[in-house]
Design a protein around this ligand. Structure first.
Ligand SMILES: [Zn+2]
Length: 307
């Protein structure tokens, strides 16, 4: 009788062991081969202060590149932050979006270029934990987010229309509207590879312009050639995109919509540009925001942001 009991315990133990092992194997397999779950998360930094920064992280089921979109670094460029927040709840199938619609909340609330500490886009050359400006902690947060991204965008609105040659007071090399800004044509990476920023920006401009009927609003690539001694824009050495390229070696661009159009038009142009970069890098979504100004005007009216 005692022997039967021992055999029963042995068989039962073996059954449990095999069951557990197979279950563990299944779990391991599911981690390694199944795609990850889509992920939507909003993280709020400096909550309860006037410098709160909401960071929306949206990941798809399929792995892919991460695009980080900043807006609202200048509070008087509503086209930028109103465009960025349209991406805060898109459904991503492949890749990741990290969206920061209002990086400089005090500036956005005031509707001014500057918030608490001067121009926030001139603080990125300072070392982390420098604390020389009331904006330092927000700049440090932006730098941390940049480290997590493959591609970095900063959305702006500028006056007039950028043109590589002088055409008129409104359309010339010192204007900023309707351009993809890069800090260098090509950036030499420490491993000997080249980051081909100009051809990347050109491809995005080409995709964008194929969706913009009126040629006067076509995007051009504006290389500020920031590190060069002959650069017209040495001040950009303190900017977010320059930091992202030179310190973090990311594909970094600024998209500038013109201020010489209606707000729904500016949002339409920046939306077209973001959809284009997503297409270019292979981030797939189920529901990209609409790009026609009439729908955008309706959205703004519903939110009571435009009459
Ligand atoms: Zn700006």
């Amino acid at each position: 009788m005692a022997n039967y009991w021992r055999i029963y315990v042995l068989v039962f133990s073996l059954f449990i062991a095999v069951f557990c092992a197979s279950d563990f194997f299944t779990i391991r397999q599911s981690i390694s081969s199944k795609p990850s779950k889509p992920f939507v998360h909003v993280q709020r930094f400096f909550g309860g202060t006037n410098q709160e920064v909401a960071v929306h992280i949206i990941s798809g089921e399929e792995k892919g590149p991460a695009l980080l979109i900043f807006a609202g670094i200048h509070g008087d460029e509503a086209g930028g932050y109103l465009t960025a927040e349209r991406y805060a709840d898109v459904k991503i199938k492949k890749g990741t979006l990290i969206v920061v619609p209002r990086l400089n909340l005090p500036a956005v609330v005031k509707g001014k270029r500057q918030g608490l500490g001067g121009d926030m886009n001139r603080l990125f050359h300072l070392p982390e934990n420098h604390n020389t400006s009331p904006d330092s902690k927000v700049v440090d947060l932006a730098k941390t987010l940049i480290k997590r991204a493959d591609y970095v965008l900063n959305l702006h609105q500028g006056s007039g229309f950028y043109s590589p040659t002088w055409i008129s007071p409104k359309r010339n090399p010192s204007r900023w509207g309707q351009c993809n800004v890069i800090d260098a044509l090509i950036f030499d990476l420490p491993n000997g590879d080249k980051l081909e920023l100009a051809s990347f920006a050109e491809k995005i401009a080409y995709r964008s312009n194929s969706k913009i009927r009126d040629k006067k609003f076509h995007f051009q690539v504006n290389n500020t050639n920031t590190a060069s001694n002959t650069s017209l824009h040495k001040e950009q050495r303190r900017s977010l995109t320059y930091y992202a390229l030179y310190k973090q070696h990311k594909h970094a661009l600024a998209f500038e919509a013109t201020k010489n159009c209606t707000l729904p038009q500016a949002i339409a142009f920046l939306t077209i540009a973001i959809n284009s970069i997503m297409e270019e890098v292979g981030i797939q979504s189920e529901n990209l925001p609409a790009t026609d100004p009439l729908t955008i005007r309706k959205e703004l009216r519903e939110k009571k942001l435009e009459m």
